[in-house]
Design a binder for this molecule. Structure first.
Ligand code: PNS
Length: 168
């Protein structure tokens, strides 16, 4: 039996924000190993980042976090958790508006794989209303996204959204 405590941190990360980074960092302090699981995009919009882009951004962001690895989720989360021998799904919880959606997913995952627990880390107050959509919206209109995304990927995100605007 696996004695190390393995957690997965699933999400779209489209793109990664300071809110995500905060949750990943705190999860890495709680568990022996954290797998950041980047989910394939079900609904793609003009400003969505594709999988290789989201992977590249996340690789930069987790530099120095020795117990954090990245993987791609292309299927059911519960199945991934089972196969990875993880026992915990970590999600960030922001405002009350997140609750119903997250509760539903946690219950579905519990039914699909009862051995795993979903735990929620409450966001910091600064990140309470931060989301990838907000970042994309600000970047699209040329606003300053530096308060919202990790510094090491700020320029990448700006360039990418700018490029989208040019070809749209
Ligand atoms: O960043 P998000 O949108 O909160 O991430 C959602 C994610 C990727 C965690 C969720 O869509 C997911 O688990 N997708 C995998 C498919 C799955 O397992 N669905 C059943 C649970 S509802």
């Amino acid at each position: 039996m696996e004695s190390r405590r393995i957690a997965v941190c699933p999400g779209s990360f489209d793109p990664v924000t300071l809110g995500h980074l905060d949750i990943i960092r705190r999860a890495s302090n709680l568990f022996d190993k954290v797998i950041v699981l980047i989910s394939t995009n079900v609904s793609k919009t003009k400003t969505s980042f594709d999988l290789p882009e989201r992977l590249m951004l996340m690789e930069k962001v987790i530099v120095g976090m020795d117990n954090v690895v990245i993987d791609i989720l292309d299927g059911l989360l519960a199945e991934y958790v089972r196969n990875a021998k993880a026992t915990v799904i970590v999600k960030g919880l922001r405002a009350v508006s997140d609750f119903e959606y997250e509760f539903q997913m946690a219950l579905a995952n519990k039914k699909l794989y009862p051995a795993a627990e979903t735990i929620f880390l409450t966001t910091t107050s600064e990140n309470m209303f931060l989301s990838s959509s907000v970042v994309k919206n600000i970047a699209y209109f040329g606003g300053d996204i530096s308060p919202f995304v990790p510094e090491c990927v700020c320029e990448d995100i700006k360039q990418r959204i700018h490029r989208t605007e040019e070809i749209s």
